[in-house]
Design a binder for this molecule. Structure first.
Ligand code: NAP
Length: 289
């Protein structure tokens, strides 16, 4: 099976690399050339447009920054849709809103192809280790046909039903993650400001009911308050909060804490921290303390 991969950022480059390593014939496209060259060096073919990826491949996967980027590679004369035809499949693994996904599904079906949305949980390291959680929804036939591909990128695969369900699941997951990290930021700020040892504070958290892998991973970096190289860029977490709040608005669902958490991430963006890891939100909170 010929696989195409469009969008070779932090996640996409690691996921595409795993498909190459697994022995699939992979054709890639990325807007900027560094990631393209990296994948070419590993054995992937490169082509000049997303359309050419779709024309050459049975299944095209996209892993884009946000809804605007999804549309940029999907539509137009050089876009993925222009290269799709009957029998092909388009899997969008980007984190987007359900409306963007449903529009992708509608346009893909109009081109005679099948569509799956498949956002992921897990960051740079799980992408490299092929241990992502993959939340899929859309055309079940394409999901079944793609299992051997998805299994090379993730360790837990879920099929959630109609297009839009996976997008909504991913946004609900991420608002929990964003809130947990701001709570940890405030705990670190309070502990540091009141003269406590931060190593001991993290140890106490890790010994009790709130122990979790994310605190274990991000806690020492946040306590040190140094550099925050991006595993999950802060600008993408703020995008997820924005989309979650919009979904809540549509449903009439109050999200009291998430609204405040979103303001903290917006303040971090305004501080120029968008390309840092999302743990850099702690900088904003510590600056105020
Ligand atoms: P990233 O490193 O910022 O990569 C984003 C990709 O989108 C790059 O390939 C970038 O191309 C491309 N892109 C952005 N704007 C574009 C445009 N207008 N036209 C064409 N291409 C464009 O992001 P990432 O961390 O890999 O995340 C990708 C997606 O996965 C996001 O939706 C994110 O929310 C989600 N996600 C990320 C993580 C994580 O931990 N990083 C975890 C789970 C889910 P260039 O290389 O040319 O800039």
């Amino acid at each position: 099976m010929k696989i195409g991969f469009v969008g070779l950022g932090i996640m996409g480059s690691a996921m595409a690399a795993n498909l190459v390593k697994a022995g699939f014939q992979v054709t890639v496209w990325n807007r900027s050339s560094d990631a393209r060259n990296l994948l070419a060096g590993m054995g992937a073919a490169t082509v000049p447009t997303p359309r050419a990826v779709a024309e050459r491949c049975d299944i095209v996967i996209a892993m884009m920054a946000n809804p605007v980027a999804v549309i940029a590679v999907r539509d137009g004369s050089d876009g993925i849709l222009a290269g799709l035809s009957s029998g092909k499949g388009y899997i969008d693994m980007s984190t987007v809103d359900a409306d963007t996904s449903r529009e992708s599904a509608r346009l893909t079906h109009a081109a005679g192809a099948l569509f799956l949305e498949a956002p992921v949980a897990g960051s740079r390291k799980p992408a490299e280790d092929a241990t992502l959680t993959i939340m899929a929804a859309g055309d079940r036939e394409l999901y079944d046909r793609s299992l051997s591909i998805l299994e090379k990128m993730g360790k837990k695969l879920l099929f959630l039903g109609e297009t839009g369900s996976a997008a909504r699941m991913k946004l609900a997951n991420n608002l929990v993650m964003a809130g947990m990290l701001t709570a940890l930021s405030e705990g670190i700020a309070l502990a540091a400001g009141s003269g406590l040892d931060l190593g001991q504070f993290l140890d106490v958290l890790d010994s009790g009911a709130v122990a979790n892998p994310m605190f274990r991973l991000k806690g020492p970096q946040m306590a040190a308050n140094g550099e925050f190289p991006a595993a999950f860029p802060l600008k993408h977490m703020q995008k997820d909060l924005r989309l979650a709040l919009r979904l809540a608005e549509e449903n009439g669902q109050p999200l009291f804490t998430t609204a405040v958490v979103n303001e903290q991430y917006k303040a971090a963006l305004a501080e120029g921290l968008g390309d840092c890891d999302f743990a850099a939100v702690s900088r904003v909170i510590r600056k105020l303390s």
